[in-house]
Design a protein around this ligand. Structure first.
Ligand code: HEM
Length: 403
């Protein structure tokens, strides 16, 4: 074992391309302890998969964590206006099994597929004002508004409140940045307070008068006598904003950036649009919107000769796992029809992404809409600015040259 590999995600080059550093770590130090993050960084596919599948040892509940990062996470939860309320994402079985069964009802494949015509309409509307030829900023023009409008409509939020929704979801998504400044934390707290007030009133309204929307489904859902409390519904609705918006935005952004860097792939997709569903899987693998997820050990565990103590934080670096040559042939190549393609971009095991069918549908519709709208698409000079955080990756700005 060597500890020669360094991991420094704070340098600008990491934001531009994290895969170089992650690749070195995967080779030389696959179970790396980052003193700066106070966390173990796992970079191999098999290790990440094993961790995600072993929820008994690798808990999703931050209450099981110790140390600096864990304290910060726990404090964040205590101070949240939602209170220390559990969501599916942050609990283990048996609680997880129960909660997941309830929220699964709201996200049935049928319910998601039924959204197709409406999502197509939203995408068309968003692109209607785009120039026929010239520059189009993909992130603000399509990738950001599309998922927010879809979630807002799913929840049943009126169109007039969409703008506020986007602001809230951006601020709340920033909580995934483990390196927030005081000022960022204050903005987040304020946004969470606003969304809590708004959705709290909304849930009370649906309790009195149920409608067709998802909140009404959740209010009524009963699983073996167990229901979600209004606080749990509220926390879940906020989770959807966090988990569903920026991730899907980044899938559209990263995916388009990858296609623009590979014009031959873009041309192929134009020729063979039926390839889109498999191509979306490859775009998810190639540049994953979620780059890592956290677990907390419930007991000491040995991995590759390192001892991870009980209560330690483990970060499974999905982006790195997806580029592991032990799991993928020619992992750094974009192969639109890659088969098999067992990427970890939606996680794995009991916490596998609840919104995966919706995210896939939205991406399919977005790419189709872009290809239909313009005959030719390329990247404007200097048109790609990378954004994101350690755990979420996506463009800040992506300027398309369209004709
Ligand atoms: C490209 C888009 C998306 C990506 C890459 C993504 C990725 C992920 C990942 C990696 C997890 C596992 C987290 C863990 O194991 O700790 C997850 C869970 C989850 N995702 Fe997504 N997600 C996306 C879109 C969505 C959407 C659109 C929604 C809902 C509208 C959503 C809702 C959720 C929820 C509720 C969970 C928690 C499930 C559980 O803990 O049982 N996601 N997602």
């Amino acid at each position: 074992m060597t500890t020669a590999a360094v991991f420094n995600p704070f340098v600008p080059s990491y934001r531009k391309n994290p895969y170089l550093q992650l690749g070195r770590l995967r080779e030389a130090d696959p179970v790396h302890f980052s003193a700066a993050l106070q966390a173990w960084i796992l970079t191999r596919y098999e290790d990440c998969l094993a961790v995600m599948r072993d929820h008994a040892t690798f808990s999703s509940d931050a209450h099981n964590a110790r140390g600096q990062l864990a304290e910060a996470l726990q404090q964040q939860r205590r101070e949240s206006p939602v209170g220390d309320v559990a969501t599916v994402l942050g609990v283990d079985p048996p609680r997880h099994t129960e909660m997941r069964a309830i929220v699964n009802r709201a996200f049935t494949p049928r319910r998601v597929q039924a959204l197709r015509p409406r999502i197509e309409e939203i995408a068309r509307e968003l692109l209607a004002t785009a120039p026929v030829t010239g520059d189009f900023e993909l992130m603000t023009g399509l990738a950001q508004p599309l998922p927010v409008i879809v979630i807002a409509e799913l929840l049943g939020v009126p169109a007039a409140d969409r703008g506020r929704f986007k602001h809230w979801s951006n601020a709340i998504a920033a909580t995934t940045n483990l390196l927030q400044t005081e000022e960022m934390q204050a903005t987040t707290r304020q946004a969470v307070q606003e969304v809590v007030d708004y959705l709290g009133a909304f849930i009370r309204d649906r309790q009195r008068e149920p409608r067709e929307d998802l909140i009404s489904v959740l209010v009524a859902a009963d699983e073996g006598g167990r229901r979600l409390s209004p606080e749990e519904i509220l926390a879940f609705a906020i989770l959807l904003l966090v988990a569903g918006n920026e991730t899907t935005t980044n899938l559209i952004g990263n995916g388009m950036a990858a296609l623009l860097e590979h014009p031959e792939a873009l041309a192929r997709l134009r020729e063979e649009p039926d390839l889109l569903p498999v191509a979306v899987e490859e775009l998810l693998r190639y540049d994953s919107p979620v780059q890592g997820l956290a677990r907390f050990t419930t007991q000491a565990v040995e991995m590759h000769g390192r001892t991870i103590a009980q209560g330690d934080v483990v970060l499974c670096m999905i982006g790195s796992a997806n580029h592991d040559p032990a799991a993928f042939v020619d992992p750094d190549a974009l192969v639109l029809d890659r088969d098999p393609n067992r990427h970890l971009s939606f996680g794995q095991g009991i916490h596998f992404c609840l919104g995966a069918p919706l995210a896939r549908l939205e991406a399919d519709i977005a790419f189709r809409a872009l290809l239909d709208r313009w005959r030719s698409l390329s990247l404007a000079e200097g048109g790609l600015e990378r954004g994101g955080t350690l755990l979420l990756r996506g463009p800040e700005r992506l300027l398309l040259r369209a004709s």
